[in-house]
Each structure stands twice: as structure tokens, then as C-alpha cells.
Design a protein around this ligand. Structure first.
Ligand code: LLP
Length: 461
């Protein structure tokens, strides 16, 4: 690929949020809502100068904007209050980014939480979340995890027969939801589609009668709700509208079996903008479609309105964060490509190599300089596929520049690894000019903390 100059007039400023509406939906912006360029021509987020944050905390660095995360939480809650006449609850799908500070923020905004492992549950509990608003998902929960969930008093979203039978045999009173596969297709990457029939998640809808019948005979199992999730990074509204009709049908059937089902959890899935080409609906539009769909279907079937639950992850936190890297080596292959390497890559953001995800970038200390080159931003891992961005438009860059990748709040830190024994990055929370560390940078000592060296392998000093 030939390195081509970008339009001379363009600079990193083109990505800045233009907040021309009273209620900007964070998932429709490439950068956190507080982003601006300051007097030094530097990128500023949450009132903090990004190059200064990098000096203080090092790179790679996740920079999470508290105001943007809180705005998204409020918009979800507000939209449900506006469009749904019944009770509702928004729960954060914490697989997107689970750590103490993030859990504490969403809890303080009145959200509940979806956890998918003992580890996520443990973290949410330590952040002080109320177990009554916790929902435990997963297609292969261990017996230990089930016991942990029962002891904490959270609701278990039962995925399959083995789990159902295991819980029934435990004979301990527990609130459950049943996860069902709705058989709804949506256009997203095949790895993040879950609602189609050939999915590892949930009971097959053909088994509905059998499952409801079984559950109705288990005195320890209090089946309070039904759950479905059709996939992630979805831009269409139709699949979720279809889902509301399917779920209300299930609700009617559950009532026939005398199950005390009062909650419907329609999952998450609303997409976010990673590039200018992405055009997701706003949080408000998404919630409205769901509320209208449920209300209409319940009226048609003469059913009382259930408590309506949604569990967004990406659209709550994805756009609230950027990752800052330090630019290092360059490699120019004439007439083919220029590589610009950064000090992270697939270990802090495995999405490009896993889903071919496309990101946008800018140079935080050169915000007004024209974008003069198209380069490939490479990670530092020993893997040719470790490419952060295939075609990035950059100003002339030097080693030491601060390259920022946008919209990295969801499924970056939570999917990070120590590949090549890279310590995982630090994360800071920025708000009104203050930066607080929320994840310490791992150290080399952390890397060997779990290592065990059997005595017979120990070398003489
Ligand atoms: N509920 C359930 C049961 C889920 O499985 C998921 C996501 C969500 C809610 C939240 O979906 P969201 O609102 O974030 O779209 N690692 C992939 C995404 C995997 C999504 C897994 N489930 C990625 O990086 O794109």
C-alpha cells in the first residue's frame, strides 16, 4: 500500500466532539464529551492535559472520563423513566470494564450490574454494589460460582439444563431468570452475535414448555424473570424491536405455568461510533424502541407490564475512554507502507486482531498540525498481526509523541493480557481537572507473583 498524504486542511481537531444538542448521546461521539484542545494545542480530557497525564502516569494509559460515563448512565435511566410507565432497571454489563472504580461510579448512578464470573462478582461486591441489583450470567458457571452467587443474594440468570438441575439439587432458595435464545439475527461480527439459534448461550425456544414445567415444580427456584441478549455493537433498531415481541410471548407462556415472572431483561447491544462511518442510534432512541415495543406487546396480550431491565456495556463506557501510547520506532518501506510503532498493542487492545476492529487516532501533542501521512500504527508484540490501526492519518510524528486511540473504554482493559509479559497499563479517571489512578500499572514483580518455581528447578546463585 502506498503511503498517501491526507487532506492538508485536516488535523486531529476534526475528531473533537461538537455538542450541538442539549442531550448528546456519548455513544455517537468518537471522543469523550469533555474533550477539547487547550491553549498549548494539546488534547485535553476531563479538564486534564493529556501529554501531562502521560508524563505523570506513563504509557500505555487508559484515560477514563467520569463525566461521559455518568452522562451515559443518566441518559439510560432518564430514557426509561420517560418512555416506560412501569418499573425499570439499567444494569451495567461489567464485562465491558470491570474494576472497583467503574463499579462504584455506575452504582452511584443508580445502576445495577451484570457479572459473568466469580471474579466480576467479587469485584462488584467489593465496590459496594447492592447484591439485589446484581445479575449473574454465564453459560458454564461452576458449582463454586453458583454457591458464591447464592450466598451473596444476587439473581442467577440460568443458561442451561445442567445449571438448572444443579441449582434445583442444591435445594437453597434462589432467585433465578431464564436465558432464552430468541432466534433473532443481527448484523454484527459473528463472534459477538448471540441471539441466533446456533449460539452456545441460553435455552432453545423449542424447550420452553419443558423448562417452564420443570421450574414450576422446583420449590427452591423462584423464577422472577426471562432474559435474552442478541449481540453486541448493533446499529439497527429492528432486531431489538422484534425481541420485545418475542419476549412478551414468552412472558405470556410463563404465566400459564404459574411462574412468578415479573422481569424481562432485554440484554444490551447498542453500538458505538468507532469511526466517522459508524452511525449508531442514540441511547434515547434505543430505549424508546424497546419501551414502546414492550408496552405494545403487553397491551396486545393483555399482560401487566413487567419490570423492564436492560444491560448495556459498550454504549455506557466505550466512548468515555481513550488509550494514550508513546510513539517509538518508525519503519519506512518505500512505496509500500510506513509503520509507526507504539508501546502497547494487542495486549491492551485485542479487538483489532480478534475482530478486525477499526479505530481512529490522533497525536495529543500535535492537535493543530495537518495530517500529512497515512501510516500503519503497529503494536510492540512479537506478532505480525499486532496492528493497532492499519491506515491512520497522522501529522509528522517523532518518537516520544503521544498517540491517542479513541473509544477504548469497552472490552479493552477487560480483555487485556500479559502477552509477551507486558505489564498491563495503568488507568486514570479524569474529572474537572483532576486525575485519580483507578488501576495501577502492573510491575515486573506483579508478572511473576503467581509463578512457582519447584525446588528442584532452583539454580544455585
Ligand atoms: N448482556 C449479555 C448477556 C452479554 O453477553 C453482553 C455482551 C452484554 C449484555 C453487553 O453487550 P454490549 O452492550 O456491550 O454490546 N468482546 C466483544 C464484545 C463481546 C460482548 C459480549 N456480551 C467486543 O470487544 O466487541
Amino acid at each position: 500500500m502506498v503511503s498517501t498524504p491526507a487532506t492538508a486542511a485536516a488535523s486531529g481537531r476534526q475528531y473533537l466532539p461538537v455538542l450541538n444538542t442539549e442531550n448528546p448521546s456519548p455513544n455517537q461521539y468518537l471522543l469523550p464529551l469533555t474533550t477539547r484542545v487547550n491553549g498549548q494545542n494539546h488534547l485535553e480530557i476531563g479538564g486534564c492535559d493529556v501529554p501531562a497525564l502521560v508524563q505523570r502516569f506513563g504509557t500505555p494509559l487508559y484515560i477514563l472520563d467520569e463525566a461521559t460515563l455518568r452522562t451515559a448512565c443518566r441518559q439510560y435511566r432518564q430514557a426509561f423513566q420517560t418512555y416506560y410507565p412501569g418499573e425499570s432497571l439499567v444494569i451495567y454489563a461489567s464485562k465491558a470494564w470491570n474494576c472497583l472504580a467503574v463499579c462504584a461510579i455506575v452504582a452511584s448512578e443508580g445502576l445495577g450490574i451484570d457479572v459473568v464470573s466469580g471474579g466480576e462478582l467479587f469485584t462488584a461486591l467489593h465496590a459496594g454494589m447492592n447484591p439485589k441489583t446484581m445479575y449473574f450470567h454465564g453459560n458454564n458457571k461452576s458449582v463454586e460460582e453458583l454457591k458464591f452467587a447464592i450466598d451473596t443474594g444476587c439473581t442467577i440468570v440460568v443458561d442451561n439444563w445442567l445449571e438448572l438441575q444443579t441449582l434445583a439439587e442444591m435445594q437453597q432458595p434462589v432467585r433465578i431468570m431464564l436465558r432464552l435464545t430468541p432466534g433473532i439475527e443481527c448484523h454484527t461480527h459473528e463472534y459477538i452475535r448471540t441471539g441466533h439459534l446456533d449460539s452456545k448461550f441460553g435455552f432453545d425456544p423449542d424447550q420452553l414448555d419443558q423448562v417452564f414445567n420443570y421450574v414450576s415444580q422446583q420449590s427452591a427456584l423462584e423464577c422472577i424473570g426471562l432474559h435474552a441478549h442478541i449481540g453486541s455493537q448493533i446499529f439497527e433498531l429492528q432486531p431489538h424491536q422484534d425481541l420485545t415481541a418475542v419476549m412478551v410471548q414468552w412472558l405470556g407462556k410463563a404465566a400459564q405455568y404459574g411462574l412468578p415472572v415479573q422481569e424481562l431483561d432485554i440484554g444490551g447491544g447498542l453500538g458505538i461510533r468507532y469511526t466517522e462511518a459508524d452511525d449508531p442510534p442514540s441511547i434515547d432512541e434505543w430505549v424508546k424502541v424497546i419501551c414502546d415495543g414492550i408496552v405494545r406487546a403487553c397491551q396486545a396480550q393483555n399482560l401487566p407490564l413487567p419490570k423492564l431491565i436492560a444491560e448495556p456495556g459498550r454504549s455506557l463506557i466505550g466512548s468515555a475512554c481513550v488509550t494514550a501510547y508513546t510513539v517509538g520506532s518508525h519503519k519506512v518501506i518505500p512505496d509500500i507502507r510506513t509503520y509507526v510503532a507504539v508501546d502497547g498493542g494487542m495486549s491492551d487492545n485485542p479487538r483489532p486482531i480478534t475482530y478486525q476492529s477499526v479505530y481512529r487516532t490522533l497525536v495529543a501533542n500535535r492537535m493543530s498540525e495537518p495530517l500529512t501521512q497515512t501510516v500503519t500504527v503497529a503494536g510492540k508484540h512479537c506478532e505480525s498481526g499486532d496492528i493497532v490501526i492499519k491506515q491512520a492519518q497522522l501529522p509528522e510524528t517523532q518518537p516520544g509523541d503521544v498517540l491517542v486511540v479513541m473509544a477504548t473504554g469497552a472490552y479493552n482493559y477487560s480483555m487485556a493480557s500479559n502477552y509477551n509479559r507486558l505489564p498491563r497499563p495503568a488507568a486514570v479517571l479524569v474529572n474537572a481537572g483532576e486525575a485519580s489512578l483507578i488501576l495501577q500499572r502492573e510491575t515486573y514483580q506483579d508478572l511473576i507473583r503467581q509463578d512457582c518455581l519447584p525446588e528442584r528447578l532452583q539454580q544455585e546463585p
